[in-house]
Design a protein around this ligand. Structure first.
Ligand code: NAD
Length: 217
């Protein structure tokens, strides 16, 4: 299997959002220049990213929006539903459970877990909170694929191991630690402090070198 750079995968998600919006507006065709402008990358970059997966456009005529949208959904695995659970039903877990748009992207929120006896059995964001000791049985019953991990940093590694043992293969990790995951499991980090630090870097670079190339994202 060709190695696809992770930055390419991130840009595919951006192209998907742009194409979804164009499609909703009834736009039928788009050039790589159009996608590039909206995604803040070069047209060369758009063509290079898409070329990993095949040939989608026609020289001079651009891409058929609905066709490229469907191809990106297929490439990104969004033509099926992924069953997800939240582990750690505190402030962030509760807010994610209330987020209305997950289903539109093909993610079905099926379960919630916490180790606090005061939360177990309660209903948060429409989900009954289960204790951690039933993780494996609930994961099997609900065919869980993905966990949104919202426990404190010092609990995240143990929770990851419990999720791996329960057969969950993907984690979106909100805890500010780097997780060790077994082969066959994929983890993505959603660390807002890391994002803020990147913003800091680019602001700092633009102040210290206003004309420099360091500010291009
Ligand atoms: P919180 O304390 O409100 O919630 C944490 C929840 O995890 C609690 O309900 C607690 O009972 C539960 N928990 C603790 N240990 C557990 C375990 N071993 N198994 C199952 N559940 C367990 O915390 P919060 O503010 O919701 O933050 C949650 C995590 O997200 C933290 O790691 C925090 O640093 C991180 N965070 C990330 C972002 C982000 O943007 N990525 C933003 C804020 C917080």
């Amino acid at each position: 299997m060709t190695h696809i750079p992770s930055a390419t995968v991130s840009r595919l998600v951006t192209y998907l959002r742009i194409l979804t919006e164009l499609n909703e507006r009834g736009v039928e065709r788009a050039a790589s220049d159009d996608l590039a402008r909206d995604a803040h990358v070069s047209a060369f970059q758009v063509r290079k990213d898409l070329a990993y997966f095949g040939r989608f456009g026609t020289r001079g005529a651009g891409y058929v929006v609905v066709h490229l949208l469907e191809e990106l959904q297929r490439i990104l695995g969004l033509t099926r539903t992924w069953n997800a659970a939240i582990v750690g039903m505190g402030r962030l877990g509760g807010a994610l459970a209330d987020y209305p748009n997950m289903h539109a992207y093909g993610f079905s929120l099926r379960a919630a877990f916490d180790n606090d006896p005061a939360k177990v059995g309660t209903c948060i964001g429409g989900l009954t909170v289960h204790p951690m000791h039933v993780l494996t049985s609930v994961a099997r019953r609900e065919a869980l694929d993905i966990a949104l991990l919202t426990v404190p940093g010092d609990a995240a590694q143990a929770a990851t191991e419990a999720l791996a043992a329960a057969g969950v293969r993907g984690i979106l990790n909100f805890a500010p630690i780097v997780l060790d995951v077994p082969d066959g499991m994929h983890v993505e980090s959603a660390d807002f402090l890391a994002g803020l630090t990147r913003v800091s870097y680019y602001l700092h670079a633009s102040l210290t070198d206003p004309d420099g190339a360091g500010v291009a994202s």
